[in-house]
Ligand binder design. Structure first.
Ligand code: AHG
Ligand code: MN
Ligand code: MN
Length: 336
């Protein structure tokens, strides 16, 4: 049996170091962890319990929902609605915010989540995950509305994600570094296995959906062209490429061995300034990446400083190893 530190022990010990902590955050995180374990179990069962395939519905962003998108969303809601730690929730899969039912007490936090990230990978048995962010409910607000969620990423109390891969991993930051936990299925606990995760400043691995190349803007085209030119090009070294189509898997890889991930602005659909969602994907992942020593930007601005304008707002995302992200920012400056 593994005798390592459980995530609950880790959070309680963090809480003890903070004199003003009441334990409410610890209890909330426990409920989030329960949701992640339940989704992990569902993902692992797959076709055995008939949860692969599409649900026959669309989410607010016009994307076809998978059965597991819908199920994971319900799991998140049910695990977190009753505890008394939340004032409201918002999800990529729900048009409007979720109000805590009147029979339950309300708390001081707001939770946003992408219940299943990379869901195009479900039916082909590749990695998916969940992403979440915890914010404080603004002072004096008893019944939050959507605008109470529209806080810049720098105000996040916690950012985290799980990766349902060969192992189920949970990666977490509360603004004090990044720690990774592995789910021990035998005892049903996440165990601290990857303390203090850091992203190397340099890399020669990039991740981008190359099929969008003709729609990119000049700075991104230049950066990728130079990577592709390899040893004989201006960068004087060869690059490797990965694209899992699952942000959780890409960010986990970057936390493990470095890299740069980009879902940049493109002109494929001019009504969308990017693909990834600020509140459910970009902000929590940026918090983790920055806390691990990396950098996260739209190309023009630090993601965590953006003032959100809508719950489901999309943003360009360029994140990972600091020196490479800085280079892409430089190229943006030069071209504007
Ligand atoms: P989701 O499954 O929550 O909609 O997110 C998928 C996202 C992200 O995880 C991934 O990086 C990207 O979309 C993949 O996009 P392409 O299908 O364009 O490659
Ligand atoms: Mn997603
Ligand atoms: Mn999703």
């Amino acid at each position: 049996m593994h005798t390592g530190e459980t995530i609950t022990q880790f959070i309680i010990e963090e809480q003890r170091r903070c004199v003003s902590a009441s334990g409410e955050f610890t209890a909330l995180l426990n409920d989030v962890v329960t949701a992640c374990k339940a989704i992990s179990a569902a993902v692992n069962q797959g076709a055995l319990v008939g949860i692969l395939g599409t649900a026959g519905s669309e989410n607010v962003q016009g994307e076809t929902q998978k059965k597991l998108d819908v199920l994971s969303n319900e799991i998140f809601i049910n695990a977190n609605k009753w505890g008394g730690h939340l004032a409201a929730m918002a999800s990529e899969e729900m048009d409007d915010i979720y109000h805590i039912p009147p029979q339950y007490p309300k708390g001081k936090y707001l939770l946003t989540f992408d219940p299943l990230d990379g869901s195009s990978n479900i039916d082909v048995n590749l990695s998916v995950g969940s992403i979440f962010s915890i914010l404080r409910c603004p002072e004096g607000v008893a019944n939050p509305v959507a605008k109470d969620f529209l806080q810049p990423g720098v105000q996040q109390v916690c950012g985290g994600f799980t990766l349902y891969g060969p192992c189920t991993m949970l990666v977490l930051t509360t603004g004090n570094g990044v720690n990774g936990f592995t789910l021990d299925h035998n005892i049903g606990e996440f165990i601290l296995t990857h303390p203090n995760m850091t992203i190397p400043a340099d890399t020669s691995e990039f991740a981008i959906n190359m099929s969008n190349q003709r729609f990119w803007e000049a700075p991104v085209k230049r950066y990728i062209d130079e990577c592709l030119a390899g040893k004989t090009g201006p960068r004087k070294k060869d690059f490797n490429m990965r694209w899992v189509a699952s942000m959780v898997a890409e960010v986990y890889r970057i936390l493990t061995r470095g890299g740069i991930f980009m879902y940049p602005k493109d002109i494929k659909d001019p009504s969308k300034p990017g693909k990834l969602r600020l509140m459910y994907e970009a902000n929590p992942m940026s918090f983790i990446v920055e806390q691990a020593g990396g950098m996260s930007t739209t190309g023009l601005a630090r993601i965590m400083e953006l003032q959100p304008e809508g719950l489901h707002q999309r943003v360009p995302v360029i994140l990972g190893s600091r020196n490479e992200v800085e280079r892409v920012v430089e190229y943006h400056k030069k071209s504007s």
